[in-house]
Structures are given as structure tokens and as C-alpha cells.
Write a protein that binds this ligand. Sequence first.
Ligand code: SAH
Length: 460
Amino acid sequence: MKTPIPVQKNEYYEIDIHGLGHEGEGVGKVDGFTVFVPRALPGERVKVKIVRTQKTYANGRLIDVLSGSTDRAEPPCSIFHRCGGCQLQHMTYEAQLRHKKQTVVDALTRIGKLNMDDVTVHDTLGMDNPWEYRNKAQVPLGEIDGRLAVGFYAPRTHDIIEMQSCGIQHPYNDDIVHTTKEILQGLGIKSYDEQTGKGLVRHIIGRVGFHTGETMVVLVTNGRKIQNVEALVDRLRAKVPHLVSIVQNVNTQQTNVIFGRETITLWGKDSITDTIGDIKFEISARSFFQVNPVQTEVLYGKALEYAELTGAETVIDAYCGIGTISLFLAKKAKEVYGVEIVPEAIEDAKKNAALNGLTNARFEVGEAETVIPKWHEEGIKPDVLVVDPPRKGCDERLLETIAAMQLDRVVYVSCNPSTLARDLQYLEQHGYKTVEVQPVDMFPHTFHVECVARLVRQEQ
Ligand code: SAH
């Protein structure tokens, strides 16, 4: 007989929160049945309204905090409760850092089945000022009551929650987004409507070089022609501070993917310049560049420390993007090989190597799991391998090759503790040992957890 679910939609319950889920939501139980409650904290007793039931869990809306946690903080942002951008502003920053470390420990224990007596997970390295840290704003444009509006989508919807300013953005980006919106409004340029497929501007993107102060405006448009484009450029140049580049990207597809194929520079340079450490990078409208430059330096600094370079090493940087880690390491290594699947990123990586006069970095386009086995067969013998895969982690073929290579050191940079733990378990079973893991808070006030792990070859 099927056991009935002990909660009902639209009913109210009082529950104790005992943990946090993957997206920072509180987790509690009603008669042993799991209920997820966004913005509720462990240790709290809360009143919730059930908004959705599934076979094995339910989602509740926080109605009232009956007894609060000392980790609770007043969210500084007025739209925090509606905007999908941040998830943890209701937690003190110190508690966020603790929670992120615990997420890593839990993943290594439950998923990786690592013996935690042998692995040190350090305290999360946080920011002195965990605000205004993003160098890129990517904001949809829409219409509310006949006026243009910018803001992020409410969780799991495409309803724009209008935003006046965003606390985690660099102030220049905030300025870019609002000034550009006002200028578009003034020129009568319409926003794109997802329902009808009509209208022009889909997204406004602002980028800023933290160290150079250079700014870029990107308009993603549903079509090539922008009426009054000269006036638009003139007004942007007059009103947006530190502007060096205005770019249009054309995306006519009905899709959630932000960028289309065609990119046109409307004015100025094609890119902005920024630095990480003493390495310079040219960042074009579509380039992937870490969004938190302050913490990127901390993260890469750790990766460099774990790589233990003396200048004599051959290093492979797998999933190298535009070569950020590769070039950071190239300064301290004999040679670096970078591999990345996106051809434009590899072009940028090569340009960035030349820009910095680094001649000991080579880059190849392809899948890490195909190119690295090929390098292995060709007799390239790295001392250190750095991997920085996307959320799904490393492909098993790559892990097999890492096992076959028997390297001295592996440095694993991860944006997803679950897949990190899975991959570490594989590597532990194939000749490596995880020594330490350092979480670095790249995305304060969001649920994202980034960390870097140091592995060494096991003694035979
Ligand atoms: N290390 C870089 C980028 C990390 S993001 C940095 O710190 O800036 C992960 C990168 O992996 C992305 O650039 C993505 O395009 C790339 N990627 C995804 N799948 C891949 C694969 N199978 N082989 C190689 N690169 C891949």
C-alpha cells in the first residue's frame, strides 16, 4: 500500500530546520518527510506553507521564523526575497563561509567516501568586503507598465523583478545597466518580448576591468538593425564612465542562451583589458573570464602553491578557458600545455600569451579527454596537471589517463563539490591521495562553492 504524503499543498506546518540543501534552502521534516524551505536556517523553528508536493519531498514557503538562528542576518538588498540572483543574504557572511566548508566536507565524506582523518579541509577563504565583487552584469531587459525595466528573473520563471541596484555588482556595472536602459527608453528602442518574439534588446551586459577601470557595454539584440544607432552610441559615450567599447551581439533565436553568433563592435575597442596578478588579459564581449577578480587571485594563488613549481616543470592545464590559470602558471614553470573545447577561447589564450610575452605556453582546441590521452601517447610527460572542469566534473576517459600518467601532483579546481568528490574517489582508487582542499568564496551571498584540491601520487 502506498504511504500517504504527510503534508498537503496550501496547508501550514511548523517545522525544525536541520540542514541546508544544494541551493542554500533550509531542509526540515514533517513526520520524516523532507520539506525544502528557502531562506530558513539550520537550528530555526519556522512556520511554512506547502507550495508543492512531490513523491519524496515538498517545497515550502517561509511564513514566519518562530525561533531564529544567531546566523540570521537582515538581507541588505530590498528585492532579495524575490530576485533569483542571491540565495544566502539572510545568513551572516561568517555563517556562509562555514556552510560552504561544510558542503565540501559533506560531499567528500558522503559521495567521495574519503577518509577524512587523512584529508584537511581548510576554512573557506572569504572576502574582506563581500559586496560589489562582480565584474560582469548580464541583465535581461523587459517592459513593465509600458516602461523599460531591468532586473533578474524570479526563481524558476522569466518574470523580471525590477532592480534599482545590485549589491554584488561593481558600481560601474550598475551604472552601465541603468544608464543604458534610460538611453534606450529615451530613444524609443523596445525590449525583446519572449512571448511574441518581437522587440529588439534582449540583454544589457556591462563589463569592467577591476584593475584598469575600463568598461564595456554589450547589447544583445533580436536583429541587426538598431534604429538611431549613432545617437545611441553618442549618448552612451557621453553618459557611461570609463567606456572603451560598445558592442552589439545579434541573437534572433528563441532560446535561453544569451549570446548569438554575430558580434559587431559599434564603437571603440573589441575588448577591455584587466589583470590577474601581473598577467594582462584582453576580454572580449563573449569571453569567459572569472567574475570575481579579487577572489580569482586567491584561488589561482592556491592552485599555484599546490602545483609547487620550481621553474623546471611541465604542466598541463585542462579546461583552460582563455588560459588564465595556464598563464599564471607559465611564469613559474618550464612549459605549460593548455586544452579547451571552445575555439574562440583558445584564440584568446594564444593572444593573451603573446600579450604577456610568454612563449612557454601552448594551447590546443579539443576535449580534454581526447587531447590529453593523445599527448600522453606522444610522450609528453607532465609533472603537474591542473584541471578546472565545468560543473559536471571530469570525463572518465580523462581520469583514466590521469591514472595512467602517474603524475607527481594533481591540482583540481572545482565549482561543484559533488563531482569533485566523485572524481577524487576515482583518483584515490587509482594511485593518488587527496592531501588538502581549500574552499575559496568566489560568489558571496550565492550558494556556489568553489574549491581547490591538492593530490599527490601515493607511495607504492
Ligand atoms: N580555467 C579557466 C576556465 C574554467 S571553466 C578559468 O579559470 O578561467 C571550464 C572550461 O572548460 C570552460 O572554458 C569550458 O568551455 C571548458 N570545457 C568544457 N568541457 C570541456 C571538455 N570536455 N574539454 C575541454 N574543455 C572543456
